[in-house]
Design a protein around this ligand. Sequence first.
Ligand code: GLC
Length: 754
Amino acid sequence: MSTDPDTTDADTDTETDASPPDRIADIVDEMTLEEKIDFVHGSYDPAELATGYVAGVDRLNVPSLSLVDGPMGIRAVPSTAFPASIALAAAWDPDLAREFGEAIGEEARGADQDALLAPGFNIIRVPQCGRAFEYYSEDPYLNSRLAVGAVDGVQSAGVMATAKHYLANNQEADRHHVSAEIDERTLREIYLPAFEAAVEEADVSSVMASYNRINGTYAPQHRRLLTEVLKDEWGFEGFVVSDWWATHDGVAAAEAGLDLDMPGMPVYDWQCHGSTFLDLVAALPDEVWFPKKDLAEFVSRPWQPANPNPNVLDESPFDDPLREAIEDGRLEESILDDKIRRILREMARFGVLDGEQPEGALDTPDHHDLARRIAERGTVLLQNDGDTLPLEGSERIALIGPHADEPKVGGGGSSEVDPTRATSPLDGVRDRLEIDGSVTFERGIEPVGDASMHDSPLPEIDTPWGENPRIEEAMRAAQDADVAVVVVRDLSSEGADRDLELPGAQNELIAAVAAVADRTVVVCNTAGMVTMPWLDAVDAVVETWYPGQEDGNALASVLFGDADPSGRLPVTFGERAADYPASSEAQYPGVGLEAEYSEGVFVGYRHFDAAEIDPAFPFGHGLSYAEFEYSGLSVENGVDIEGATDPESETDAGPTATLTLTVENVGDRPGRDVVQAYLAAADSSVPRPPKELAAFEPVELESGESTTVELTIDERALAVYDEDDADWVVEDGAFEVLVGRSSRDIRARASLEA
Ligand code: GLC
C-alpha cells in the first residue's frame, strides 16, 4: 500500500478490467490513509446537487458517490413530486411500491445521483409522529412488504436504496437524543422486521443510522444493531451511513459498524443548508474577527429546539478523530478498510465504479401519471353516508377551504420536492366538471400555511397573508350549491411532531358549512388521524394524505367516480390521543430523554383490539364505490412445523398455509378491494395481540366479476420471538384465520393448526 500521498506514478491506476473483488482489493491496498479517511465521510459537492457527497480518488480512478433525498421525489432539482409514503402505503400494493421505486430511481439517475436516501419506513408508533407522512404503517407485516417493494424498485433502476432510519426513529420530539427503550421481543416483532426484509429479501444497498438512542446508545454507535444484528446475523454487505450530523463519537461509531459519516462538514459549509443566515456565515472567510463556528452558533440559535443536535457546527467525527486514532494505534486500519470495501462494493454493484449507469428519466409524463395513480390508489373513503359520492359532475359545487386553490404537495423537511407543475383541488375539480356543472371557491378562513424546512433546520409554517376571508361567504356559497366540498390540511414536518387537531379555524369552518349545506364532503390532506368533532355532521370524508403534484387531478378522479377510492388505512384513526397505546408521557414523548416502549408489541390496532377500544376508523378500513362479497374460504396447511425454527430454515420453509377464497364485486361499479388475512392465536406462552396481519392481496373487479384470491401465510406470521432462545418460535396450537375488509370488518373465518 502506498503511504506517500504524493505518489504520482501513473501505474498506481487500478486495473479497470480486474474483477470487482480484485479491483476493490487493489484500490484499498493502493489508497493512502488520507484517501481512506476522506472516503468515509462526506464533503462538498462541486455540482451542488447531492444531499451527501463522497469525493472520488482520481489517482486511483475511483469516481465520486452522490446521495440524494428523498422518499417522495428528488430534492436536488425540480422533479416529480410523488404522493407521501403513507399514501403509497394506503394502496396496500407492493407491486405499486415497486413501480414507484423504479420511477423515483429513474428520477435520481436523471439528476445524475447514485444513491437515494429512501425509502423511510419507521413504524408509525404514535399518531403525533411528525414524519408519519414519510413512513408506511403501524403494522410490521404491511411495512415489510412495502419496504421490499420500494427497495426492489429503486435498485432495479440502478440506484442504491437506503433503508431509514435504523432504528426506532418513531418521533420527532427530541429526535437527536431521545432513547427508545425497547425490549428484545418488541424490537424483533415490530421495529426490526422491515429492515430485516429490506436486507434479506431486497438486498438493500445502504442503511441509515438514525439520530436517536436505542436503549441508551446512539444508533450510529450501536454495535449490537449495526454489527451483530445487521451485518453478522442478517448478512448485510452494504454500508451504514449516518443520518446528517448524527455521529457523536467517530471512533466509537467506527468500531460499532458505521461506515460513512454524513454530511461530513458543518451545516454552514453544507451545500443544502439553504438558509439565509447560514449563507452569510458560509460566505465569510474562514477566520474573521471571531471563528465561523461561533458566528454560526450565534445566528442559528433562534432556530434551535430544546435538546438540539450538538454536531451541526462540527467537522466530521470521521476526519481528524479517526486519523488520530489510527495513527496512535487506538483503532485498527483494517476496520477502516472494511468500510471502504463496503462502499466500493456497492459502487461496483450499481455501475458507479465503472461509470456504467442507466441514464434515468427526470420529471416525465409517465412519472406524472404514476404519481396520479398512486394518489388515486392511496385515497381512503372513510365515510360516505347516503352515497354522497361519487358526484355526477353536473352539480353546483362549492369548493371551500383556506388552501383549496393550492396543491398539498408534501410535508416539511428533507423530503421536500420542487415539482415543475402541480394541480390544486380547485383546478382539478374545474377541469373535471361536466358542461352543466359549476364550482365556486371560498377560503372561508385565514390560511393555515404550509410546513417547510427549506430555509432553516427547523420546521417553519409560512402563513400567506391574504384578504380577510369570511366564514359567512363560505356558508353562503355552500347554501347556493348542491354539494359543499371542504378541503382541509395539517402541517406535518420533520423536526417536530404533529398536532392531532386541524390547525387554524378549519374545524369551525367544516361545522359552519355542514350546518347549512345540503351535502358536505370533507377532504383531509393530513399525515394521519386528526380529531373530527364534525364527523356526525358531514356526509362524506375522504383522506388523501399529501397527494403530491397530482393532488387536484387525483381528487377529482375519485370525487367524480373515474377512479374507485381504493385506499385502506395503514394506520388506525383513533378518536383521541388517549386511546392510543403510547398515551402516557413516559411512553411518548418520554421523560428525561427516555421513551418507554412499554406497550411492547401492542402497537396500533393491536392495542385497540386488546383494550377493546373502538377507533373512529380501524386499521385496514376504506370504503369503495363497489360492493364486495367473500365466500368459500379454505385453508391448506402447507408445512408441518416442528417447534422452534432455525432462521436458516425459515427462508426455505415456504408458505405455512395457503388461504383460498372467492371475492365477488356485487356492486354496480368497478372497484378495488384489499383482502386482509389476520391470525388470532388461540393460546400462547406470551401475551399476543388478538389479531395480527399475516397476508393481504389487492384485487380489482368489474361489476359482477368474481375472482379466486390466494393468500400465503408464512411461518414467521405464526411465530413469536422467544427472548430466552434468542430465536423465533412457533408454538403448537390452534390459530383462527380471520379474513376481512379491515381489521374490524371480518367476512370469513377458518382454523389453522400449527
Ligand atoms: C435528515 C433526515 C434524513 C435525510 C438526511 C439528509 O435530517 O433525517 O431522512 O435523508 O437528513 O437530508
